[in-house]
Design a binder for this molecule. Sequence first.
Ligand code: SF4
Ligand code: MG
Length: 302
Amino acid sequence: NTLLSVNDLVIEHRSPGRPVVRAVAGASLTVNPGEVVGLVGESGCGKSTLARAVCGINPVTEGSILFEGTPVTPLGLRRRTLTGIQMVFQDPYASLNPRRRVGDQIADGLRTARDTTSDPADLLERVGLPRDFAGRHPHEFSGGQRQRIAIARALAARPRLLIGDEPISALDASAQAQVATLMRDLAVGSGAGLLFISHDLSVVRLIADRIAVMYLGKIVEVGDTAEVWARPRHPYTRALLQAIPKPDGGGVLPAELPGDVPDPANPPAGCRFHPRCPVAMDVCRVKEPAFGPVACWLHEPA
Ligand code: SF4
Ligand code: MG
């Protein structure tokens, strides 16, 4: 009873006169009902492209995406809202119309779920906002409040899968953990799955049951959050964990990663991480490691 299953997904971006970019280059991932999966990685690694394909916004080039066993294919905006998947974006204005009253927008979500008994104000209450916000407009609120409104709107549609694409990265530090925890509690409390995309591992650690680490279009490590945190196996995961600021205020540790993320239009041969990997071996430069559940020659089963 896997809720979402992404299998060897490839998504290519093609534009005239430019090289084909494999934004997602063979990624596999599952989300179960009531489970929170954190998808982490640097910006530009393909996290958002993957999420948009799950919602039917980006077409799939190769591989498959199954939601409740049914292939996800690109849908028109109207039908997309009926699939049981709702997305909360980094910019709340991507999900909210600045010119319409908050209550009317939440009512749209209720109509999607054919919910004729709930009041939009009930949803505002569930996300910790006053009921009378329903009569006001999004611009009257702070970023954190707007994101709560976007969450209320998404939840009104009763999704079985909620996706947050960097939903906290535009918020103040004080609001980040609150909004992340709220998404977790509301999704899990209704039996829905949550795919939470972020480059902030410390927040993902707070809310995720499992962590998937993405690098240059590939998922390079998946595991239980506590396990990955205690024993990261892929050198890229280790580097990401080392880059997290220390809670004792001892300053930000620099990422132990030489160089920038390579151009996805021209990825390195072999292991895509090898030009930045501190422990790269000869085989890494020529042969790509298979995924399972760590894509690294150091962890290849014999
Ligand atoms: Fe580093 Fe090689 Fe593992 Fe890639 S396969 S992460 S280059 S050790
Ligand atoms: Mg993104």
